[in-house]
Design a protein around this ligand. Structure first.
Ligand code: FAD
Length: 550
């Protein structure tokens, strides 16, 4: 039994199925629930990269809910602004804590930062503090998977991973925490004396976010409001599980990238931030499946169990692959000579490509922090191998900034997949920015929702408004080249050119030849002069310069 312990929160912002918190509570006479926020890069996953307002708000709401519940148990969340590497050893020393409980992460940058923090702690307080890390952010610990892999090497395909997964039993959930030990004696005074103004629950403004009302105003427009916290997450989970037939027969490829309301579960932000336990999600699905004949139930990889298994596989790849977030020195990566054109990246990010389907998707993405999986496919393919030939690393960085569910392992894995740089290599299968959206939404209702300027555009032209006669454009109030850009590239031409480039890159790698030279795609001249994102009056996102710590 510890006289004083610290429960250090990062993910795991919940009371149900939280083994780290449960053990801390059961093994401590007094306990300090602690969240450390680095005000320079709050909630960063990759060093130096701060999230956009929507994710920061989601995490703050989740912390506030934990605080409220702790207060009902006569404790509270202690939030300290500062660098974890400095703050954690200081708090441990201040209270003479003999244990630090925390949930481990699979993501390399966080593991690296954790190792540094624990090293610092050891050098400051010696061995007096027992550091207890729990690998419970996934269904199984990554080391357990690796121990079942040939030569401790992660399998190179989801299919092979499935065999390993199926031989393991997902552990039962642990009991919910309903009581916590009290704070250490005189804790609030000691913290105030030591940390002064650093010890407080910050507002988003304190963390450097401006125009927050404006930036958050559309976050529910995609059909789910993404209010942070366990209560909202469990409510959403219960609602989704009540749709039994839908759950049992769910097949991801049959969902729609341009549904007006999210037509998958929408649970990813809650799972990512640990407001909903992945095990709870998994077992709730099992309960629904158990009510159906096994022949009726969809199966991995397309089922909902299958989605959670993708998460495990992505985590395992991120855990076991050196330099997973980059092309260089990443052993699973095919080297592709991407071009590097900040203007094209900005055009894509700011919905100025001239392809309404892509621009509508990117508008939903910026305004809500969320996008349907197949919508993510379409825009990621467009930026990389499909059209603009920009590196997946750049796209992944933009995603990590905006997404409310941004997750280092899953994000990098999927960008590598979509750009055919790793895991998936069928580069001749390319998403058309015109035909793909039409399949599920021929009238372009989704485009009209996110780009209201097109509300009167006849369905015939809504995916290709530049084909509309000038009289039609005038009647709808959208003149192409004036009110809305010409397409940045001609998809039919560049997608074919890009396939040849992919082939060349693959061939040279296979034959051990040097990587071919990078070549820019041929852009539409008329379009480039129009594409100045500084013209954009969209205040819902911050300029690039604010994303990175200087
Ligand atoms: P559902 O279909 O309801 O799936 C249930 C859960 O399974 C999700 O909540 C999520 O935890 C997991 N899951 C679903 N799809 C995948 C997948 N393909 N890979 C791994 N896990 C999955 N997902 C993130 O959580 N964070 C990211 O940063 C992220 N970046 C992505 C980037 C790109 C380019 C692409 C193509 C996909 C990315 N995804 C990411 C995966 C996927 O798009 C989202 O997990 C999914 O759309 C979330 O919606 P949902 O919760 O309704 O998913």
């Amino acid at each position: 039994m510890h006289d004083v312990s610290i429960h250090w929160y990062r993910n795991g912002l919940r009371f149900h199925d939280n083994p780290t918190l449960l053990d801390a509570c059961q093994q401590s006479k007094t306990m300090l629930p602690l969240y450390v926020i680095d005000p320079e890069v709050p909630f960063a996953q990759t060093q130096g990269l701060r999230p956009a307002c929507i994710r920061a708000n989601f995490v703050m709401e989740s912390i506030q809910e934990v605080d409220k519940k702790l207060r009902n148990m006569n404790s509270q969340m202690i939030v300290i602004l500062g660098k974890p590497k400095q703050v954690i050893p200081e708090v441990v020393a201040l209270f003479g804590a003999s244990a630090l409980y925390y949930e481990q992460e699979a993501a390399a940058p966080i593991r690296k930062a954790d190792a540094e923090i624990l090293q610092e702690l050891k050098s400051k307080v010696g061995k007096d503090c027992d550091c207890k890390g729990y690998p419970t952010h996934s269904l199984h610990p990554m080391e357990l998977y690796l121990s079942k892999c040939k030569g401790n090497v992660a399998p190179s395909s989801y299919g092979a991973f499935t065999k390993i997964f199926n031989n393991l039993k997902v552990p039962k959930e642990v009991e919910e925490v309903t009581q916590v030990p009290p704070l250490p004696e005189d804790a609030l005074r000691k913290l105030k004396d030591k940390f002064g103004e650093q010890f407080r629950m910050p507002t988003l403004e304190d963390l450097g976010y401006e125009n927050t009302k404006e930036k958050l105003k559309n976050r529910a427009k995609g059909g789910i409001d993404f209010i942070g916290g366990e209560d909202a997450g469990l409510k959403l989970l219960r609602y989704m599980m009540s749709r039994k037939q839908w759950v049992a027969t769910f097949e991801k490829p049959n969902t729609s990238p341009n549904a007006l309301k999210v037509d998958t579960t929408g649970l990813s932000p809650y799972v990512k931030h640990g407001c909903v336990s992945p095990r709870t999600f998994y077992h709730e699905l099992s309960k629904v499946y158990a009510q159906f004949n096994s022949k009726e139930i969809s199966k991995p990889p397309v089922s909902l169990h299958g989605q959670l298994m993708w998460r495990e596989y992505n985590y395992l790849m991120g855990y076991s692959t050196p330099n997973f977030h980059q092309m260089a020195d990443n052993p699973v990566m095919r080297q592709i000579p991407w071009d590097d054109d900040p203007q094209l990246l900005s055009v894509w990010e700011n919905s100025q490509t001239g392809y309404p389907f892509i621009d509508a998707l990117m508008t939903q993405f910026r305004e809500t922090g969320f996008l349907h999986h197949l919508g993510r496919h379409a825009v990621a393919c467009f930026l990389t191998r499909g059209d603009l030939w920009q590196s997946w690393e750049k796209g992944a960085e933009v995603f990590e900034y905006y997404l409310v569910d941004a997750d280092w392992s899953i994000n990098n894995f999927n960008w590598q997949w979509l750009s055919c740089s790793a895991h998936f290599y069928q580069y001749f299968r390319c998403y058309s920015p015109v035909a793909f959206g039409k399949k599920t939404d021929p009238d372009g209702t989704y485009i009209r929702k996110w780009l209201p300027m097109f509300k009167d555009m006849p369905s015939k032209f809504i995916y290709e408004p530049w084909e509309a006669p000038l009289a039609v454009q005038e009647k709808c109030g959208v003149i192409i080249g004036k009110d809305y850009p010409y397409p940045i590239v001609d998809h039919k031409i560049v997608s074919k050119d890009n396939m040849s480039r992919m082939k060349e890159a693959y061939d040279s790698q296979k034959n051990g030849l040097p990587m071919p030279e990078s070549q820019p795609v041929e852009t539409n001249e008329k379009r480039i002069t129009f594409a100045d994102s500084s013209n954009s009056d969209d205040a819902s996102h911050e300029p690039d310069s604010k994303r990175r710590k200087k």
